[in-house]
Design a protein around this ligand. Structure first.
Ligand code: GLU
Length: 300
């Protein structure tokens, strides 16, 4: 059993992060497995080293010690680039020169959830964005040196995955949620439309990076908040296209405040550092976390 906690160092951790880390830590511990720490610092425009140090501090203070060396997305660009050229060689990616504003004015803008995952209830996302502006204009932008984002041609990608997937397996994953959602889940990546796989400013995207990371770190059970569950539909497709193993998944509930609002990094008063500075002990902090579900009962 190898689990992981993968925070982005874009702000101070709050109780929701400690809960997520504890789920991954405790499941690994119960199985004498490994709890891995990965720093998701792909987005260099938003990540700060001081927040990485604070992550180490908060986890150690909470008694959530990780195994082995920490991995960093910022050190894995060559792996991401290799996967992107693999997809490009398969003719599944195309450049998109449209700005966000142009795209929004030409299409119905997608609903925002973390990392641009579509809201499952209203899956309207752009497709074939290369057909929204004439070829000549795309060529002009390329000649001008404008950077392009690379989008997945979703219909071709799904066809390719289904044609190459082993006959006895399917585009699905095993979900260990503690609800009716548990069991084998059929991936429906088409909800993403022609999703961006390589951002023009970063050279990769969250989605591509995490599937490569989970493979590099040999993660066998991805535990993360239920807000990222829709992303798994796309991650499963990318795994199939790139020939990567599929881990199992457990999307856990999110920690909310007394008004039932999910905690946010921008609310500094709720950060772990703020609780510690107000004199709270680590034991007290752990005791106010929602109880961890009984994962044994769902077969983990
Ligand atoms: N780094 C991501 C986040 O903080 C989580 C990555 C993942 O669990 O897939 O939202």
């Amino acid at each position: 059993m190898i689990t992981r906690f993968a925070p982005s160092p874009t702000g101070a951790l709050h109780l929701g992060h400690i809960y997520a880390a504890k789920v991954a830590h405790d499941i690994a511990k119960a199985h004498c497995g490994h709890f891995h720490l990965r720093i998701d610092d792909l987005d260099t425009t938003r990540c700060r080293p001081c927040f990485t140090d604070a992550i180490y501090n908060d986890l150690r203070w909470a008694g959530l010690n990780w195994h082995g060396t920490v991995s960093f997305q910022s050190e894995r660009h060559t792996h991401y680039a290799k996967a992107i050229s693999q997809l490009r060689d398969m003719d599944l990616l195309y450049p998109c020169y449209l700005t966000r504003r142009e795209l929004a004015s030409m299409t119905q803008a997608p609903h925002g959830t973390p990392h641009g995952a579509p809201d499952i209830a209203s899956p309207i996302v752009p497709i074939n964005t290369d057909r929204l502006i004439p070829d000549s204009e795309q060529k002009r932008r390329a000649a001008d040196g404008q950077q392009a984002a690379w989008r997945l041609r979703m219909d071709a990608a799904i066809k390719h995955a289904n044609a190459h997937i082993q006959t006895h397996s399917q585009l699905n994953w095993r979900e260990y949620a503690l609800s009716a959602d548990a069991g084998l889940k059929q991936a429906t990546p088409e909800i993403f439309g022609d999703v961006i796989i390589a951002r023009k400013d970063l050279g990769s995207s969250y989605h591509l990076a995490v599937v490569i990371d989970d493979m590099l770190d040999n993660v066998s059970l991805v535990t993360r908040g239920v807000d990222l569950q829709s992303s798994t539909h796309l991650h499963r497709l990318l795994q199939a296209l790139l020939g990567l193993p599929t881990p199992n998944y457990l999307h856990h509930p999110l920690v909310t405040d007394s008004c039932d609002k999910r905690l946010a990094k921008r609310d500094k008063a709720q950060s772990i550092a703020a609780l510690r500075n107000r004199g709270m002990s680590a034991d007290t902090m752990m005791s106010i976390l929602p109880a961890l579900p009984d994962y044994e009962s769902v077969g983990i």
